[in-house]
Design a protein. Sequence first.
Length: 239
Amino acid sequence: MNAVTWEQREHVIALLADASADPAVRAVVLTATGRGFCAGADLRGAPATTGRVPGDVARTIRLGAQRLITAVLDCEKPVLAAVNGTAAGIGAHLAFACDLVLAAESAKFIEVFVRRGLVPDGGGAYLLPRLVGPQRAKELMFFGDALPAAEAERLGLVNRTVPDEELAATARAWAERLAAGPTRSIALTKQLVNASLDTDRTTALAAEAMAQEINMTTHDAQEGVASFVERRKPTYRGV
């Protein structure tokens, strides 16, 4: 069920950092093989609980689950989740942190923490209220019920639900559209939208003006304007 091991987490974080730095990467698809998207953290690989001192758990969360979610949120390329099956715990938060979420009809999302007597990690209590509001977030987290993909779409956690057999093709089509777009303007738009949830109007408008200033120095912005004037389809290079 693709429970996240410590090694896998570090690998995904590194891949997202590489994607940000590589001009040849124009979009990222996060998906899985098998019948599950991600069943949460693989607790079998966790450090021993004996000998812990105050601060150890908080440090583990900061350097572990929170780093993974932050890597998705801060990736400079658009990240698309293609959820092929159950996404539980950190697996659900991994999907919710993505910029766009496609889900197979058989997929489901589970805030599994309460079932284990745990507090949500991986930014769940930050992400969910911003996506569905505090009351819905509390319902999902207090009860830990499985949320079918169709209901997740209705709540706004998923952009589109598709038949299982169409998930891969739909994800590829969306990724190709993103990859053909103006990559730097998409990155700046992502930053503006993510930051807007935590800032006041004055700060948001100042950030918008600065993003416009930066974006107008890119090739793709110039190409977009030129193609409009020349009445042709733009060709974006991602720079």
